[in-house]
Each structure stands twice: as C-alpha cells, then as structure tokens.
Ligand binder design. Structure first.
Ligand SMILES: [Zn+2]
Length: 233
C-alpha cells in the first residue's frame, strides 16, 4: 500500500501546530444536526455504518450528532427539517458521485465564507468506493470518517488541519488502523475550539434573532455562496 494513501480536502491547508495527540475530553453538551443528501444513492446499510461512526467520534468530542437522512434525488424525504440548515446548529453533507477533474484521492470538500463559517460539505463517493483504504475500513466506516473530517472543517473554521487525529490532511495506514479501532478522533484543542466557536456563533445568532424580533435589522443568518474560499487541493 502506498504511503500517501488518502488526500482529503484542504481548506487553506496550513497545519495547527498547537494540536496535541491527547484524547479529546468532553467539555459540554453541544447538539449538531446534519442533513445528509444521498445524491449518489448509497445503500442504506452503508449510510447506517457511516452514521454510527460519525456519531461516535462526535460523542467523544461532547457533541451530540443528529443525522437526518434526506433521501436520494428521486426520493427526497419530506422531512421539513432537512432544508432548515443554519450555522452552527444545523449543517449539511451532500454525497455526490464525484467530479472528473478532481484527484482520485480527494474524498470531500467543505465551504467556508470569509468569517470561516459554513454550512455545506460534499463527499465524493466514486473515489471513496474504489480507495485502497477499503482494505482496512469498510465503505461505511470510511464514509463516516470523511464526513467527520468535513464537518470538522465547518466547525473549526479556517486552518483546521492538524498533524494528529481525524483532521490530518493526509491519512496514512496507521490512521486507518486507528479509525478501524475507533480511536481516530479530534484532538483536545480541536474539541475546545469547536465548542467555543459553536457557543459563540449560537450566541451571536440568538442575539440577532432577538434584535430582529424587536424591530432591528438582522445580519445575514447564513453565509451566501458568493465569496466562498475555494478549497485548495
Ligand atoms: Zn481537510
């Protein structure tokens, strides 16, 4: 197996030098809802496995993940909560088949605005389904970790790669073995950063809603697709 097995998306890919390898500790109760749009029509059994893995990693970070299966293009689920996407409490992941011009080792991308905030991530299933990593992890397990990585970008903001843990920009064989054991996690500093950013953004949002309800102008609640920082690959 080649040394450079996986290359995940980079959102301004400088590394977080202060990240540590310590096991993340639970800080507080944070609830995160994720709408999953299954455009690639992945089998439900694969999705279930991905869901279990993603929930377990976020649980270790003190984040309770609620996963909404929003269906396939021909069979969208009529769940009114699926489109109710709002940073930072409700994010979305689109499972796409893939794009021809992308490297075969790039599995996902996340989109951040100029504030380092974003609601949207995509995972590319065609390269994932043919990855050498499937010699170590099942497709569902690998999908779960890729989703965790992309959601991590949305929650951590800019420059959110680290030399250790699930936010490594390139996963080596040892990382995959950790993932198979369920020990590929966020670092302690990432857990603290995600929780702090979540609470700060939630407070700003509730303040904006309160002002709007009192007749003040409300800032834009969610970043537009204009001015996105393109992911570096
Ligand atoms: Zn990345």
């Amino acid at each position: 197996m080649s040394r450079k097995i996986l290359l995940l998306t980079a959102v301004l890919g400088s590394l977080l030098g202060q990240a540590t390898a310590a096991r993340p500790r639970r800080v507080g109760a944070v609830s995160l809802t994720v709408s999953v749009f299954n455009d690639a029509e992945i089998p439900i059994s694969v999705l279930r496995t991905a869901r279990v893995r993603a929930e377990a990693v976020f649980d270790e970070a003190g984040i309770a993940l609620t996963w909404l299966d929003c269906g396939t293009p021909g069979h969208r689920v009529a769940d009114i909560d699926c489109p109710a996407i709002t940073y930072p409490t409700h994010l979305s992941v689109r499972l796409a088949k893939g794009r021809g011009h992308r490297s075969e080792d790039i599995f996902g991308v996340s989109f951040l605005d100029h504030r380092g905030q974003g609601n949207y991530a995509s995972v590319y299933m065609t390269p994932l389904a043919s990855s050498k990593a499937l010699g170590v992890l099942s497709e569902g397990e690998l999908l779960g970790y890729v989703i965790v990585h992309e959601l991590g970008h949305l929650l951590l903001g800019k420059n959110s790669h680290s030399p250790e843990g699930v936010m490594r920009p390139v996963w080596q064989f040892e990382d995959l073995k950790k993932a198979a054991r369920g020990t590929l996690l966020f670092t302690s500093s990432q857990v603290e950063r995600m929780q702090a950013r979540y609470l700060s953004a939630s407070l700003q949002r509730s303040t904006a809603v309160s002002r709007a309800n009192n007749g003040y102008l409300s800032p834009s609640g969610s970043p537009s697709m204009v001015g996105l920082i393109p992911p570096s690959e």
